[in-house]
Design a protein around this ligand. Structure first.
Ligand code: SME
Length: 156
């Protein structure tokens, strides 16, 4: 297939609805996880223009930076630390409307104002997280949770 992304306009749900089949097509038949995580971050960044979109993967009981799009970021996050480490500990998606109000938030970029972190599950365990950062407050909601959880369910 041609590796071109068609960028959709419209509501957030309409944008996700157009994007999801394209992401599915990009990763279907490709067994290499790094390749798939890389394309997922690129597709999300291209469609939505968020500040930072990336994965951290659990390695030796730490989250370690994996494929991402955006500014350079912290490489390692410990269990229970920051939004990412807390989402790992709680094994659930965390939506942070204002990062300054999240105790222990790790500021990889001073431009980040709101964030969503979605755990990636493998065999019922958290194998990593998808982290998305926005320069605006209150960027993420239940629509993002629903669609991002669906996307990460494809790569666990
Ligand atoms: N803010 C995250 C750290 C990762 S960066 O935002 C890319 C956190 O508090 O876990």
């Amino acid at each position: 297939m041609a590796e071109d992304l068609t960028i959709a306009k419209g509501t957030k749900a309409e944008q996700y609805t157009a994007l999801l089949p394209q992401i599915k097509a990009l990763i279907t038949g490709e067994p290499d996880q790094t390749a798939n995580l890389a394309n997922i971050t690129a597709a999300l960044k291209e469609q939505f223009g968020w500040l930072w979109v990336g994965f951290y993967l659990v390695k030796n009981n730490e989250l370690v930076l994996a494929p991402f799009q955006g500014p350079v970021a912290c490489t390692r996050i410990r269990y229970g630390k920051g939004v990412c480490g807390t989402a790992w500990q709680q094994a659930k998606t965390l939506i942070v409307p204002d990062v300054e109000k999240f105790p222990g938030h790790i500021a990889c970029s001073s431009l980040s104002r709101s964030e969503i972190v979605v755990p990636v599950f493998r065999n019922g365990e958290v194998a990593g997280v998808l982290d998305v950062d926005s320069t605006e407050l209150n960027t993420f909601d239940e629509t993002d949770r629903q669609y991002l959880e669906e996307i990460v369910s494809w790569v666990g």
